[in-house]
Design a protein around this ligand. Structure first.
Ligand SMILES: Cc1cc2nc3c(=O)[nH]c(=O)nc-3n(C[C@H](O)[C@H](O)[C@H](O)COP(=O)(O)OP(=O)(O)OC[C@H]3O[C@@H](n4cnc5c(N)ncnc54)[C@H](O)[C@@H]3O)c2cc1C
Length: 535
């Protein structure tokens, strides 16, 4: 059993930012765990386009207006104001001053702001097209400078420790649900430890991997969401899964993101025979329309005409040297896949990208479970509503990571002593009788089945028939996987599979329940479209 003041599950921008703020009190012990062997591995690492700063002729009100417009009427104005007012200063303090990140600048030293879809100003700070890489390298290095932050890699959280669920005390039943940490699986030792903490922050990121086509890396399988759900946390807006319009459609490089910033710099979407089409779907914004509009337009083109991809042409709109300088990562990756983006258009398809819903939290990242906070992509602050505005998620992770830490600090620093439950109160993980190793072929096969169900029946365009079918098939799988889980020795893959089927059901059920199209939730069997957009 390990004890710490604050347990942070996840080491992306949200978890790392929380850790850095908490660590300013040298008495405070912070333990960050991540399932990956590499602390950098996360969705944050792969972010390309950038993070919102405050551009020229820009202010908080303009940004709020853009966030609310992209969110299709479902974004929380309060969350948008917090982000717009606190975000740019915090970015300077945490990312630039503390983590030493140098965003691209012009020769005169002024920041080089990029343009992205549905932003009314150029305000995106970036480091080439590998912004996430620079941010995570800086944050992990900064965390390592604090002796009171411990980072444990290769540790997969399995379930939250909550009372009354995980206590033998029958009287706890009459108390509010309280989180005391988590059970977590040490992937090297292959054992389960109890991590007991006065406060727990879930920062486990998104769930793109429950879809066959996704821009997300392997770890984004909704672990934290499933854990929170099992513990009784409130989950909202789960139907709003954002599909990025443009991921590379080239063998061996599927899912690689072709950043919106390419369209921000003039890139145009074309049918395979060279016709621009976004003007037909969004006369006002054309190729820079909000993501849900562009993704559906591409999907519509592909379905109607039987295309297996559409094209994104940047070569005709930007000089070759400028493309290589601004998008070195995308240029190299495409070249490896046989496409020279300085000369030819890029074949692209939409893919699952971002989870706009999540564990409902307040302005301090607090969930409805005492001592449990959720920050970053796993949480729902209400900011993204039904459709996230580009480049807001890194900033949201930063702002709410910091806010949750400030809230915990005010609570713990004011407390005379920390009350942690004793060893006898939290039962050890029971692995007795489990000797068979999980069959990796079954894990892989079931995972692919989930991904196919989600892609075909709970994808970009939904209807009641497909969603009902998805739920029936997922329920059947859920039963099979639960039996598998209860009769087999644990592995990271098995934990992820169990979580993936659970969060898939959460998304599918929310999508069936909500018969009104809005933002990235599009019901083709309903003519009710909220938020003034329909294609
Ligand atoms: C390709 C790509 C490009 C993007 N580009 C941008 C962009 O330009 N701008 C922008 O604002 N947003 C962008 N996004 C979205 C943004 O990167 C993410 O929303 C954001 O980084 C999420 O941060 P996070 O800290 O919440 O989670 P993550 O960065 O995903 O971190 C999650 C952490 O939790 C850990 N974890 C997960 N499950 C467990 C478990 N069971 N036990 C222990 N640890 C666990 C992971 O290992 C990881 O450390 C992009 C996303 C992708 C995939």
């Amino acid at each position: 059993m390990l004890q710490t003041d604050v347990l942070i599950i996840g080491c992306g921008i949200a978890g790392a930012t929380a850790a850095l703020r908490l660590a300013r009190n040298p008495q405070r012990r912070i333990l960050v765990i991540t399932r990956d062997p590499d602390p950098h591995e996360s969705n944050s690492l792969y972010a390309q386009g950038g993070i919102i700063g405050r551009g020229q002729d820009d202010d908080a009100d303009l940004l709020i207006k853009d966030i609310l417009a992209a969110g299709a009427g479902a974004s929380s104005p309060r969350a948008a104001r917090i982000l717009a007012e606190e975000g740019p200063d915090l970015l300077q303090e945490v990312l630039v001053e503390s983590a030493g990140i140098q965003f691209d600048s012009q020769p005169d030293g002024e920041p080089e702001y990029g343009q992205e879809a549905a932003h009314s100003r150029r305000r995106i700070l970036h480091v080439g097209d590998s912004t996430g890489n620079a941010i995570i390298n800086g944050l992990v290095a900064a965390m390592r400078r604090y002796p009171n932050i411990t980072i444990q890699t290769n540790v997969t959280a399995i379930d939250l420790i909550t009372f009354p669920h995980n206590t033998r005390d029958p009287l706890a039943t009459y108390e509010p649900v309280v989180c005391h940490g988590a059970y977590a699986f040490d992937r090297q030792e292959r054992t389960v430890h109890r991590y007991i903490a006065a406060a727990t922050i879930l920062a486990t990121g998104g769930l793109g991997r429950i879809y066959r086509n996704t821009s997300n890396p392997l770890g984004a399988r909704g672990d934290g969401l499933a854990m929170a759900n099992r513990a009784g946390a409130r989950i909202v807006n789960a139907e709003y899964v954002q599909f990025h319009p443009t991921t590379l459609a080239a063998p061996g490089a599927e899912g690689f993101l072709i950043s919106e910033a390419l369209r921000g710099e003039g890139g145009i979407l074309l049918t395979p025979d060279g016709q621009a089409f976004m003007g037909d779907y969004s006369p006002q914004w054309k190729d820079l329309a909000p993501r849900d509009v562009v993704a559906r337009a591409i999907h519509h083109q592909m379905e109607t005409h039987g295309y297996s991809y559409v094209l994104l042409d940047i070569a005709s709109h930007m000089k070759a040297d400028a493309i290589r300088a601004r998008f070195p990562n995308i240029y190299t990756k495409c070249l490896q896949a046989g496409i020279d983006i300085t000369r030819e258009p890029i074949p692209v398809v939409p893919a699952a990208h971002y989870f706009c819903g999540g564990v409902l939290v307040d302005e301090w990242g607090r969930t409805n479970i005492e001592n449990l906070y959720a920050v970053g992509e796993i949480s729902c602050t209400g900011l993204h509503g039904a459709n996230r505005l580009a480049s807001t998620s890194l900033l949201e992770g930063l702002v709410w990571g910091d806010r949750s830490a400030r809230h915990i600090t005010s609570r713990l620093d004011g407390a005379p002593y920390l009350v942690l439950p004793g060893r006898e109160k939290v039962p050890a993980w029971d692995e007795s009788g489990l000797i068979a190793d999980a069959d990796s072929a079954l894990i892989q096969g079931d995972m692919q089945t989930i991904q196919n169900i989600m892609w075909h029946y709970v994808g970009l365009a939904r209807n009641a028939e497909r969603l009902s079918r998805a739920i029936r098939e997922l329920r059947h799988l859920w039963n099979e996987i639960e039996t598998f889980y209860r009769t087999t020795r644990l592995s990271d893959g098995l934990i992820g599979l169990r979580n993936a089927v659970e969060v898939s059901l959460i998304v599918a059920q929310a999508a069936l329940h909500n018969r009104r199209s809005r933002g990235c939730h599009f019901r083709e069997d309903s003519l009710i479209f909220e938020g003034e957009r329909l294609i």
